[in-house]
Design a protein around this ligand. Structure first.
Ligand code: ADP
Ligand code: MG
Length: 765
């Protein structure tokens, strides 16, 4: 119990340490109450003035209304909507139509055009179950108007039930995509709106303005959810709740490129006006669509910019470049660093010397010599008595980094430790101990290993070898292993500019745009299955010349559905029937790390002539004597992946070859893709082509890609808008750096709401 004193003015004096004990801080408001045991001090909670007005708060709350509370939406429908991630009214507002149907006017049946979804009216003149020549059951009805007639078809329909509904003489309004069967147009599974006998078509249509007389939105559905029901819900959402949606971006920002306010844009996308251009709507290119994309990109780019600035403002380590180890290494190297390597290294060094943490991405094509650059950066940290962590995406790659790096570091007297999940018992404990107590200067491991268990004594630099795996979020984990260590990310995927801006906008970028000299370009050719024998002869020939060859398969084991030849089976076949005199090895993802290591080592030491492998060798393996790569089922790989694979050959001074074997029934896209591989070895051109053909989701691999899930915007289609959004976001920050002005405040709040956790933007709140 502390005794408090009252001074001569009658004031109560509370010593500072008592204040803290009471949980109070200078500046807190304290209320005093007297009761019969004494005085009671009570901290008064300060009321923070609301940033948003009361109306805004209510409006925003409205948008959070659960979708199940809407009229006509019961628990069952709510559950279906939840499957499309629609839980609240706001979710629904941002669930956009994926296409549109032109129901502005009825088309005379004679004028129906194949390929379009159209609306027509007429009378049923026949309705019958039938069997196609192929033995399929169909139900067919013929509809007629003054201009002509058309066949409607249903497959797998219940004939009895259909006949009851589709009675001859009934009149209706039909909607469906007109296809042509031979030269005759027909409609499969049309929508129908029945008319009372003798009813006026126009009156009926006018009475249902949601579904007729306009361009009608078509929403993505799930099993059990019908278009009409969905449209009804969406119409209700738009009518009753859209007016509550706040336009956060002010006219001054939107006006720069003449975009529409969010509320207006959303309204137009859900309910396009009659005169809207149908093609633009369907391609997501109307002004309204573009405005939504701008809105999305703007907040994302603003977040990245703030994040980048936040890092720039943090205090980091100011390394000194002493040259103690780096000079030594340069002397040991059997070659000179390329100009590009030197330039990138000096960019890295400048970052490391600065008093703020480095956040830099090094982009360099396969074989451009990223490892050496990373090692040099690591040596700078070690010279300053800091530890370095190097994360690799796979065990094999981690092991290879370890081989390369400890080869040099041994000669420099630097301790390098490898940590893999395959390590056990004493060896692992000893390795971990060396990391904790600081004896290990450089630690190399897979993402998982370094993230989870390892504690560093003094981590100064984290290097992430991402190859083609991206993750804005992943890097932050490494950062937390030290006190604001420098971060260097390396990627071998040449990322097209728009994508790089989106994914890595918070990083500074260095590009190693030059390969070490003396490389002979790889000769790439597509071979069809019929020439397999010739391919085997080529392998014989290369091996006869003392070289080695890779044979790559897309899968480990034969899957039931596909006709892929499993690597294991094929290896046996090749050994037994094709190359009985040669030494073959097999490498696949399901082998134990030690086994993989052993196979790799024997291939590297030329104890094997041919390595049959799955894509596990994609990353990093470096065997200069391997000059031939045969890729089976090349059409199943992505271009960027093929490029990575191909980069395993062409590493020495001998001419290298890459053979893309395909089954021979290539799609047009498939052939186009493979031809790109024949035409160029330039990773950037390949990446651009890949992105163009496959779209960003596939290009990056959707899983784990770190790609923000934009609701409307498409990186591919909206590249120009992305750049505009970036410009406007940077302009805003220049004008209002702290986002403290009224518009800025609202934008900041919205930014945190949308991306706060994903971008770890809490610091700017
Ligand atoms: P990647 O960028 O694909 O990771 P690596 O770092 O594995 O490339 O380098 C590929 C090969 O090139 C390695 O064998 C490496 O020793 C060699 N190398 C790196 N830099 C040079 C250079 N400046 N001159 C010659 N060879 C180099
Ligand atoms: Mg590498």
């Amino acid at each position: 119990m502390t005794k408090l004193q009252v001074d001569h003015t009658g004031s109560l004096l509370i010593p500072a340490e008592e204040l803290l004990q009471l949980g109070l801080q200078p500046g807190d408001c304290v209320g005093i109450e007297a009761n019969d045991t004494g005085l009671l001090l009570r901290k008064l909670v300060t009321v923070v003035p609301p940033v948003v007005s009361v109306q805004q708060a209510i409006a925003r709350k409205n948008l959070q209304t659960g979708i199940q509370f809407l009229k006509g939406v019961g628990p069952k429908l709510a559950e279906l909507l939840a499957k499309r991630s629609i839980h609240t009214v706001e979710d629904a507002l941002f669930c956009l139509p994926h296409r549109y149907e032109d129901r502005r006017q009825l088309i005379p049946i004679r004028q129906l055009k194949p390929g379009l979804t159209q609306v027509f009216q007429g009378t049923i003149v026949s309705a019958e179950s039938a069997t196609t020549k192929g033995g399929r059951k169909v139900f067919e009805a013929v509809v007629q108007d003054e201009s002509g007639s058309i066949v409607l078809k249903w497959f797998h329909a219940n004939g009895v039930w259909m006949k009851r509904t589709w009675q001859i003489g009934k009149q209706g309004v039909f909607t469906g995509e007109v296809t042509s069967f031979g030269w005759k147009p027909e409609v499969h599974h049309p929508d129908v709106e029945w008319l009372e006998n003798g009813a006026d078509v126009n009156a009926v249509m006018a009475a249902d303005p949601v579904n007729f007389g306009r361009i009608v939105p078509v929403y993505p559905l799930t099993e059990g959810l019908h278009q009409k029901g969905m449209r009804r819900v969406m119409r209700q959402v738009v009518d009753s709740f859209l007016p509550n949606l706040e336009n956060i971006l002010p006219q001054s920002l939107l006006g720069r490129y003449q975009y529409l306010p969010l509320q207006e844009a959303l309204g137009l996308v859900h309910l396009p006006p009659s005169e809207a251009p149908l093609n633009d709507l369907n391609e997501g290119r109307t002004l309204a669509h573009r405005s939504l994309a701008f809105d999305e990109f703007f907040f994302w780019e603003l977040g990245l910019a703030l994040k980048k600035r936040g890092v720039a403002l943090e205090t980091g380590i100011s390394f000194q470049v002493t040259h103690r180890y780096t000079k030594e290494l340069v002397k040991l190297l059997p070659f000179q660093m390329t100009g590009a390597q030197r330039r990138v290294l000096s960019e890295i060094k400048a970052d490391m010397m600065a008093p703020h943490p480095m956040h830099r991405l090094v982009q360099g094509d396969v074989g451009s010599g990223k490892t050496l650059v990373a090692l040099m950066a690591a040596l700078v940290a070690v010279e300053n008595e800091y530890q370095v962590a190097i994360m690799a995406p796979t065990e094999i790659l981690a092991e290879q980094h370890w081989h390369n790096i400890h080869h040099w570091c041994d000669q420099l007297g630097i301790t390098v430790v490898l940590l893999t999940s395959g390590m056990r018992g004493k060896a692992k404990q000893e390795a971990m101990q060396q990391v904790v107590d600081g004896r290990a200067a450089i630690v190399i491991g897979t993402h998982a290993v370094i993230q989870d268990k390892v504690e560093f004594s003094r981590l100064g630099l984290g290097i992430v070898d991402e190859q083609h795996r991206f993750g804005v979020l992943q890097r932050s984990i490494l950062k937390k292993k030290g006190a604001n260590p420098d971060i260097l990310v390396m990627t071998a995927t040449p990322i097209p500019r728009t994508l790089a801006m989106t994914l890595f906008g918070d990083l500074s970028l260095s590009v190693i745009d030059e390969l070490p000299p003396g490389r002979t370009p790889i000769n790439t050719k597509i071979y069809f299955e019929s020439r397999r024998k010739q391919v085997y002869e080529m392998i014989h020939k290369e091996v006869g010349l003392g070289r080695q060859a890779y044979v790559i398969y897309p899968l480990v084991e034969e899957s039931e559905k596909s006709d892929l030849k499993a690597a294991t089976q094929m290896a046996e076949h090749l050994q037994a029937d094709i190359f009985p005199g040669l030494k073959l090895g097999l490498l696949h993802g399901r082998m134990k790390p030690e086994e993989k290591e052993a196979v790799m080592a024997s291939f590297k030491n030329h104890e094997l002539d041919i390595l049959v492998a799955t894509t596990v060798i994609e990353v990093g393996i470096d065997v200069p004597n391997a000059t031939l790569m045969v890729i089976e089922h090349a059409e199943r790989f992505g271009l960027s992946q093929l490029h990575q694979l191909r980069g395993r050959v062409g590493r020495g001074s001998h001419q290298s070859h890459c053979i893309l074997l395909t089954a021979g029934k290539l799609s047009e896209d498939g052939e186009k893709r493979l031809r790109v591989m024949e035409a160029t070895t330039d990773g950037f051109r390949i990446a651009e082509a890949d992105l163009e053909i496959r779209g960003p989701g596939d290009f990056l691999g959707t899983r784990q890609s770190g790609m923000p899930d934009f609701r409307v915007a498409s990186i591919l289609r909206d590249g120009v808008i992305l750049e505009q959004a970036r410009t406007v976001a940077l302009e805003l920050l220049e004008h209002d750096p702290g986002l403290t002005m009224p518009d800025g405040q609202r934008i900041k709040e919205e930014l945190l709401r949308r991306w706060g956790t994903r971008l770890e933007l809490a610091a700017i709140a």
